[in-house]
Design a protein around this ligand. Structure first.
Ligand code: NAD
Length: 281
C-alpha cells in the first residue's frame, strides 16, 4: 500500500483563509503579541513566521524582542503590561527561554484569556476536564487535520508517542474528548513497536529522528509526524522514517509541510477565539 500524503500546507491555507474572512467580518482588529527573549535562531524563524501569518490574516502582530540577559522580573513586568493592554488579545512567549528564567512562572503570569498557546494551568485544566477553551496549537491543528482528511477519531485506537505538556499530553486529551481509545507511550514504554502497531491513528512527538519504523505501523494506519529534527548533514526529518512508513500507512504527514503549518494556522484561530471571547464579556 502507498499512503496518501497529507498536505498540511493546503489544509492550513484553508484554515488561514477562514480565519482571515472571520477577522474581516469581526469589525475590529485582533491583536497578537509575540515575545522573544534572546537570539535562538530557530525561535527567531518561528517568530517571524507567526508574525507574517498573523498580518496576512488581518491580525495586528507585535513582536517584542528582549535581550538574552533579560531578568525574569523584567519579563514578568512585560507580560503584566500586555495583560493590561486592551489592544492585545493574545500573548505568546516563544519557548525555550534562556537559562535563569522559569518557564512555569512566565506561563502562569499570562492572563488565561490571552493565553493563545493554551499552556496556562487554567486552560490545561479545562482541557483535562473535557471543556477545552484555548488549546495548544499543535495538537489542535492535528485534530483539524484528521477531520479535514476524513479520519474519524471516535472508536479508533490512537497511540500518542511523547508526553510533553506542549504536544503529547494535550494531544491525548483531545483524542480522548473525540472518543478515541488513547494510549500515551513515552521513553519508558516497554515494547514501543508493539504499542505503535495497535494504532489506527499514530502520533509521533518525541524529537527522535526517524524513531518510528515501517514495522511499527499497522497497515492502513494514519501516521502524524510532529517531529522536526535537523540532522548533522543538514537534512530536516521527522520522528517517523517517512519513505518506509509511507509504504505501509494509509495516510501520513510529511516533514516539512505537515503538522508545522497547522500549528501556525491554529495560533491565528486561537487569537481570534480569544479576541471574540474577551469582547463577548
Ligand atoms: P519534548 O522533548 O518535550 O518531549 C519528548 C517526549 O518524547 C517525551 O515525553 C519523551 O518521553 C518522549 N520520548 C523521547 N524519546 C523517546 C523514545 N526513544 N521513545 C519513546 N518516547 C520518547 O518534545 P516536544 O516539545 O513534545 O516536541 C517533540 C518534537 O516535536 C520535537 O521534534 C519538536 O521540535 C517537534 N515539535 C513540532 C511542532 C510543530 O509545529 N510541527 C510543535 C512542537 C514540537
Amino acid at each position: 500500500m502507498t499512503a496518501r500524503i497529507i498536505d498540511g500546507k493546503a489544509i492550513a491555507a484553508a484554515l488561514r483563509a477562514d480565519v482571515a474572512a472571520k477577522v474581516a467580518a469581526a469589525g475590529f482588529t485582533p491583536g497578537l503579541a509575540v515575545v522573544l527573549v534572546g537570539e535562538d535562531p530557530a525561535s527567531a524563524v518561528y517568530v517571524r513566521t507567526k508574525d507574517r501569518a498573523a498580518r496576512e490574516a488581518g491580525i495586528a502582530a507585535r513582536t517584542i524582542r528582549l535581550p538574552a540577559g533579560t531578568s525574569q522580573a523584567d519579563l514578568l513586568a512585560t507580560i503584566r503590561a500586555l495583560n493590561e493592554d486592551p489592544a492585545i488579545d493574545g500573548i505568546l512567549v516563544q519557548l525555550p527561554l534562556p537559562p535563569g528564567i522559569a518557564p512555569e512562572a512566565v506561563i502562569e503570569a499570562i492572563d488565561p484569556d490571552k493565553d493563545v498557546d493554551g499552556f496556562h494551568p487554567v486552560n490545561v485544566g479545562h482541557l483535562a476536564d473535557g471543556r477545552p477553551t484555548l488549546v495548544p496549537c499543535t495538537p489542535l491543528g492535528i485534530m483539524k487535520m484528521l477531520r479535514a482528511i476524513g479520519v474519524t477519531a471516535s472508536g479508533a485506537r490512537a497511540v500518542v508517542v511523547g508526553r510533553s505538556a506542549i504536544v503529547g499530553r494535550p494531544m491525548a486529551r483531545l483524542l480522548l474528548s473525540a472518543d478515541a481509545t488513547v494510549t500515551v507511550a513515552h521513553s519508558r514504554t516497554r515494547d514501543l513497536p508493539a504499542e505503535c502497531r495497535r494504532a489506527d491513528i499514530l502520533i509521533a512527538a518525541t524529537g527522535r529522528p526517524e524513531l518510528v519504523r515501517a514495522d511499527w505501523v499497522q497497515p492502513g494506519a494514519t501516521v502524524i509526524d510532529v517531529g522536526i529534527n535537523r540532522l548533522a548533514d543538514g537534512r530536516l526529518v521527522g520522528d517517523v522514517a517517512f519513505d518506509a512508513c509511507a509504504a505501509v500507512a494509509g495516510a501520513i504527514t510529511p516533514v516539512p509541510g505537515g503538522v508545522g503549518p497547522m500549528t501556525v494556522a491554529c495560533l491565528l484561530e486561537n487569537t481570534l477565539t480569544a479576541a471574540l471571547h474577551r469582547r463577548s464579556r
